[in-house]
Design a protein around this ligand. Sequence first.
Ligand code: PHB
Length: 394
Amino acid sequence: MTTRRVDTTVGIVGGGPAGLLLSHLLHRSGIESVVVDNRSRDLIEHTTRAGILEQGSVRLLVDSGVSDRVLRDGDQHEGIELRFGGLSHRIHFQELVGASVWLYPQTDVFTDLADARQRDGGDVRFGVRDTQALDLTSDRPGVAFTDAEGRRHELRCSVLVGADGSGSMTRHQIPDRRQYTREYPFAWFGITCEAPHSAPELIYTRSERGFALISQRTESLQRMYFQCSPDEDRDAWSDDRIWDELQGRLAGRDGFRLREGPVVEKLVLPFRSFVCEPMRYGRVLLAGDAAHTVPPTGAKGLNLALADVGVLAEVLERFVRRGDADTLDEYTPRALSRVWKAQNFSYWMTSMLHDVPGRSEFDARRQLGELESLVGSEHGRRYLAECYTGWPAG
Ligand code: PHB
């Protein structure tokens, strides 16, 4: 079989939000790129993922001309509710730090980016297979792949970016990489249901039965999660059992009730934190989940990926202009400072709100003490608001 050779400046493995935004930003700077992904566009578009965008993420999407749909179709949230001891406490982001977040699902971010790349004539190849990294330690790294029509290609580039998610093929090919990991002894049971909103904003709940999160998708479709065991069997959960569990975790002295409806999707989400450091190896750079993952409690995963790419696009532009590979050194320290802040915030939110199996009565009471002191202090609330709405660009 003949192999077709493709040459470009930046090869991007992974056509999710990180890979597509990078390709879009590079295009705006006149830099050529090719994106490959082994999933189909349709599959990515229909895989439920996160839902919250920080203010900086929204600005990046709008200002770079991806789309202003987030401002029209997204919901601006000026705060969240923290619920414990059977009562809700509002953390008012706008009052505390003058910022908001937007409820806008990752699948919509992906659609906007894929449309923008198509509109601008971008080279994005979905549905490829047999992807194989080539000569990662050389000056002309690349990736070989078979396209959807069965033709074999060899893509060669000046810089290869792995934006291929937490199971990253690119990361696994990097020799002697350093990785810092933390496992958690629980997971989230996630559902999508056909029901109206139960509250205007997201509710993060700590209860005697464990954590729960009430999020949203549209007027008539809601997203909710509750803490479960990592080996939970989703088929063991009927709609009635799910609603009993969620209502039990949200119940309180104020008589709050969730609005119920048919559950249309169920899934168990594992919890893990890891950081691969550095994020650059010669001419190979990692971005988004390929370089780090966070537990979903702080809603940071997608935002970190977009922030990485904002920094990476600037660094690559300088690299292309100067032709000097040392410029790539700037990437890791600038991206990592936000990554570790987000690791800390996600860990903190997780440990403050979840019931760690085997928790002592002392720990349970101490946890309530922490939540009381947080919501009772303007400094505490402001700290949470600052972290949740996101730090300034690195
Ligand atoms: C979601 O809507 O899927 C969502 C929102 C906030 C989180 C995690 C997930 O912290």
